[in-house]
Design a protein around this ligand. Structure first.
Ligand code: KIV
Length: 282
């Protein structure tokens, strides 16, 4: 656990889960991860998760974009700052959005350093296996811990022609396994394995030295991550791999409908929801 200079003043000292602690969980108790985009959700998740990811999925979940490709670094930083105000224990990792890291290791460093500097988050995540190994090594050697992301990488949607599950044909396994080895050897502290056939995700987990964090992957992974809004039932058409632990979409709609009805009928605000006059002084 460590403290950072970005923690809010006052209150108890912050003890945050560290990168070496996550790294050391390989093969141990599964690492609990969720996405998080705002301060109030961060407060609710903080006691229960080891790691919060400010994912670029926020472009789709929060901003109604069709893909993650339109997300900017400024938008990621805005949401990451909000999450850091609510998360005082979990490790916070911020996604590098499309176009901010692929060109060269030095450009990736400049943008990732901006994320760490302006938000106080601990680490960044970037998509890509072997092709990003040089960048992962460059950032890690210069003080920026990197979580890698292989298998289905949503920023490649235009090349893949859609969100396609990876590794369903054994012929595709060697390249994905090589990606996993490459990011591990390059110094990533963990790797997200997304949308990957279960036997391949299990095999990768058994063969790499760093924790694998599965999403649509395998129960054998060293940890799991989901988009929080998906597990809460706020996504009307979640992917097959999502388990909904609540149905908040329906609850929100019912609450809003009840409010609308009470406003129209003047049942709200009631006597408890208004302010009276001060009693006159004697
Ligand atoms: O952006 C995101 O939320 C992610 C997770 C799905 C792993 O990358």
């Amino acid at each position: 656990m460590s403290t950072t200079p970005h923690e809010p003043a006052g209150g108890p000292p912050v003890k945050r889960v560290t990168v070496p602690e996550i790294r050391a969980r390989k093969g141990g108790t599964p690492i609990v991860c969720l996405t998080c985009y705002h301060a109030h959700t961060a407060r609710l998740l903080d006691r229960h998760v080891d790691l919060m990811l400010v994912g670029d999925s926020l472009g789709m979940v929060m901003h109604g974009m069709e893909t993650t490709l339109g997300v900017s670094l400024d938008l990621m930083i805005l949401h990451a700052k909000a999450v850091m105000r609510g998360a005082h224990r979990a490790l916070v990792v911020v996604d590098m959005p499309f176009g901010t890291y692929e060109e060269s290791p030095s450009i990736a460093f400049r943008n990732a350093a901006r994320v760490i500097h302006e938000t106080g988050a601990t680490a960044v995540k970037l998509e890509g296996g072997a092709r990003m190994a040089e960048t992962i090594a460059y950032l890690s050697a210069r003080g920026i811990p990197v979580m890698a992301h292989i298998g289905l990488t949503p920023q490649m949607i235009n090349v893949m022609g859609g969100f396609r599950t990876q590794g369903r044909d054994e012929a595709d396994w060697p390249a994905i396994e090589a990606d996993a080895r490459a990011v591990s050897d390059a110094g990533a502290f963990a790797v997200v394995v997304e949308g990957t056939a279960e036997p391949l995700a299990a095999r990768i987990t058994a063969s790499v030295a760093i924790p694998t964090i599965g999403i649509g992957a395998s129960p054998a992974c060293d940890g799991q991550i989901l988009v929080t809004e998906d597990l809460l039932g706020l996504n009307p058409s979640p992917p097959k791999f999502v388990k909904q632990y609540a149905r908040l979409g329906g609850e929100i709609e019912a609450a809003v409908a009840a409010y609308a009805e009470e406003v129209r009928s003047r049942a709200f605000p009631g006597p408890d929801n208004v302010y009276g006059m001060r009693k006159p002084r004697a």
